[in-house]
Design a binder for this molecule. Structure first.
Ligand SMILES: C[S@@+](CC[C@H](N)C(=O)[O-])C[C@H]1O[C@@H](n2cnc3c(N)ncnc32)[C@H](O)[C@@H]1O
Length: 280
């Protein structure tokens, strides 16, 4: 039987979700708490919304917390999502990578809410294409993270169904970077998969351990947070950017009006946010 949430139940579950992964569910979307979390509670033998909310606050209940995060997060993604941002990166990235190398550093790139991997593999393909012009240089180091352990594991495996592979990937790129497995899935070849380190990371936690980056891609995730959490995330990501490094957010997202020193630069219909260069 489906839960009917009281105001107390809704508030307790919304707080529990926010504490778990920062996501803000507005009260008018309480139905999401029911549709996504009731089955998680039932599997764990928890009968009421308040029992679930209490259990989610218990850090020792790792399995329950992992399943709740997987259920509450939205993982919609595709290869070359929205098209134009990847064209913008093809133009804007080479000088940023060159500046890193000139400073004696290997360039670093972070896909910061990577879902099931289509975004970091897209980035890896773009970077590999750019690298073909300079085959003697070390490719950038790539890190891909997500708060959801299950999607990070899927991303790290790098195997996609026909449906997933055909969303955004041309047959030419598919055949260059993926091989058909016996089970019919398309497996990212080691040259693509091997350059990416996959990790679980909550954007509300400090990213210091991940190091600094020349490009951070943070797409279609800020929409799930309230303003305070959004600013906390943008500030901490700002702190990871090298001088002149770039932040790419989702096509329907914007930092305009937000207190940040990142400089918006338009490339066609894509805006890249650039960290000010080091003062000389
Ligand atoms: C809609 S998908 C976007 C995936 C990809 N960036 C894209 O644009 O195609 C949002 C992703 O953000 C992740 N996410 C949600 N809250 C997060 C958090 N607090 N920290 C890190 N990732 C989070 C979800 O697990 C999900 O995989």
């Amino acid at each position: 039987m489906s839960w009917t949430l009281t105001a107390t139940d809704g508030a307790a579950l919304r707080n529990a979700v926010k504490a778990l992964c920062g996501i803000t569910i507005p009260p008018e979307k309480d139905y999401l708490l029911v549709s996504r979390l009731e089955a998680v509670a039932a599997t764990a033998g928890l009968r009421t919304p308040l029992e679930l909310a209490r259990a989610l606050g218990d850090a020792t209940r790792r399995d329950l917390r992992r399943e709740a995060v997987a259920a509450i997060t939205t993982h919609e993604t595709s290869f070359f999502r929205d098209g134009h941002p990847w064209e913008a990166l093809r133009q804007a990235l080479p000088p940023v990578l060159a500046a890193a190398r000139q400073a004696g550093r290997r360039p670093r790139i972070w896909s910061a809410a990577c879902s099931t991997g289509q975004e970091p593999y897209t980035l890896a393909m773009v970077v590999a294409e750019l690298g073909r012009a300079q085959p003697n240089q070390d490719p950038p180091e790539m890190v891909a993270t997500d708060v959801c352990e299950r999607t990070v594991a899927t991303a790290a495996e790098g195997a996609f169904s026909d449906l997933e592979i055909n969303r955004g990937l041309s047959p030419a790129l598919r055949d260059r970077w993926f091989s058909r497995r016996a089970d019919g899935r398309w497996q990212a070849i080691p040259a693509l998969r091997g350059g990416i380190t996959f990790k679980r990371h909550n954007l509300l936690d400090t990213p210091v351990i991940l190091g600094r980056f020349d490009l951070v891609v943070l797409r279609n995730v800020l929409i799930y947070f309230d303003r305070a959490a959004r600013m906390r995330i943008v500030n901490s990501i700002r702190g990871t950017l090298q001088p002149g490094g770039m932040l790419l957010i989702g096509s329907s997202e914007s930092l305009s009006g937000e207190p940040t020193d990142l400089i918006p630069r338009s490339h066609g219909s894509t805006v890249l946010y650039v960290a000010p260069p080091k003062a000389t």
